[in-house]
Design a protein around this ligand. Sequence first.
Ligand SMILES: *[C@@H]1O[C@H](CO)[C@@H](O)[C@H](O)[C@H]1NC(C)=O
Ligand SMILES: *[C@@H]1O[C@H](CO)[C@@H](O)[C@H](O)[C@H]1NC(C)=O
Ligand SMILES: *[C@@H]1O[C@H](CO)[C@@H](O)[C@H](O)[C@H]1NC(C)=O
Ligand SMILES: CC(=O)N[C@H]1CO[C@H](CO)[C@@H](O)[C@@H]1O
Length: 435
Amino acid sequence: MLWKKSYLVVAVCIATCISIMTLSYLQRTKLFSISIPAAKFCSGIPARNTITPLKGNRTFIIAPYFDNRKNKMTRVISIVHHTEVKELYCWFCHPSKGEIYISKAEINVHSDRFDFPYAATDLECLEPEDWEPRYVSIHWSPTGDIDQLPLFEIRNRDPESSLVDFTVCISAMFGEYNNVLQFVQSMEMYKILGVDRVVIYKNSCSPLMEKVLDFYVAEGTVEIIPWPIDSYLSVSSYWHHSMDPKDIGYYGQITALNDCVYRNMYKSSYVLLNDMDEIILPGKYKDWKTMMQNLQGQHPGTGVFLFENHIFPKTVFTPSYRFNTSSWNAVPGVNILQHVLREPDRKNIVNPRKMIVDPKKVIQTSVHSVLQADGVSIYIPMDVALVYHCRTPLQENISRHLLIKDTTLWRYSVPLIGNVSQVLQQISWNGEGYR
Ligand SMILES: *[C@@H]1O[C@H](CO)[C@@H](O)[C@H](O)[C@H]1NC(C)=O
Ligand SMILES: *[C@@H]1O[C@H](CO)[C@@H](O)[C@H](O)[C@H]1NC(C)=O
Ligand SMILES: *[C@@H]1O[C@H](CO)[C@@H](O)[C@H](O)[C@H]1NC(C)=O
Ligand SMILES: CC(=O)N[C@H]1CO[C@H](CO)[C@@H](O)[C@@H]1O
């Protein structure tokens, strides 16, 4: 009897040990796979929108990207509630092999959350070692019915060979945006400086702006990514939660920027992360290509180039403005050529920076710096280039004679005026004027 009892104890012990070992194995590798009937493979609901909510509205998937720079994994750019989402799984399905491979996601909420409850997040899932998944579903549990889950195509699986030099990412156009003249001027400046493509995450704009965007899309310069973030979350127009306590900061700008970097990782040698009222303006070189060849030559291994932001107040006009741009008078928006006086540096305040990055070296980006990268970041002195930023003043009461005249922009006045006039003419011909 006694002997039998100890036998039982040993058996229970062994069983416990095995399950603990199995559990710890699963936890350590965060991986396991299951086989389910063939009819169900890859039969989820194909995701068609830029932003896909998961059940419960606490996780929003933007897009999964293949990333084998460190491990063989899928990185899912997403937005999650930073405390309420504790567990997520990637379901990789093989269309013919008879396998669903489930991998526990590491939920990596970006540190630049600025106190908002929702933030840009990377869901990092190790992929199966012996096959290349093309589709993935994301679910809060390792069990469930794949038919009911949204199914995402994994991007960057087959990097495209058509490489361009420069892509500008505009992270969020919102608030019925109607600063048409400044937008067209920015676009034409980007083109003069060497842009190949401009990617715009568009939340909302005016009907006239819509016409302008249609023009640039038809021309092949602009790619629009719909960004209806306010259909799912309350959005702040400010960068910090304390300024406007909503769900997420600045229309989800940081998430859009990260998506843009990954989207263009194998399409563009460089990605510029700036707003549409900003132009990275070289002082020493005629265009971005010459500038980046020189900078990259001087700083091999650098992945992130940081340019100082300088404010050219749109409220202060330049008295010596002598260009005849009367044909633009009916166009709503700011004429940047009239604003070449910049605010001086402020004591004890560091000018924020905007960036040109080699997207292949970036892992996580924020707005004014990258959070994680493979290469180093360097500051570019303002005589080489600065960010020309025409907007409402930061130093509104400063006396005019303290503003610094900086006419670098005027070097481009001849092609800029010609090209802008041409675009505006075409846009007004296509419709009923600037309305
Ligand atoms: C998200 O919330 C809305 C309304 O609050 C609801 O109609 C919708 O079904 C939810 N979506 C998901 C995927 O849970
Ligand atoms: C400016 O150009 C317009 C044509 O675009 C012309 O009609 C006008 O006379 C010019 N104004 C001056 C001051 O040269
Ligand atoms: C500028 O001056 C006005 C009126 O004197 C004042 O209300 C405002 O706060 C000042 N702005 C700044 C940025 O100091
Ligand atoms: C895109 C475009 O029209 N660019 C033109 C801008 O203006 C310069 C000179 O005025 C032309 O050479 C470009 O072709």
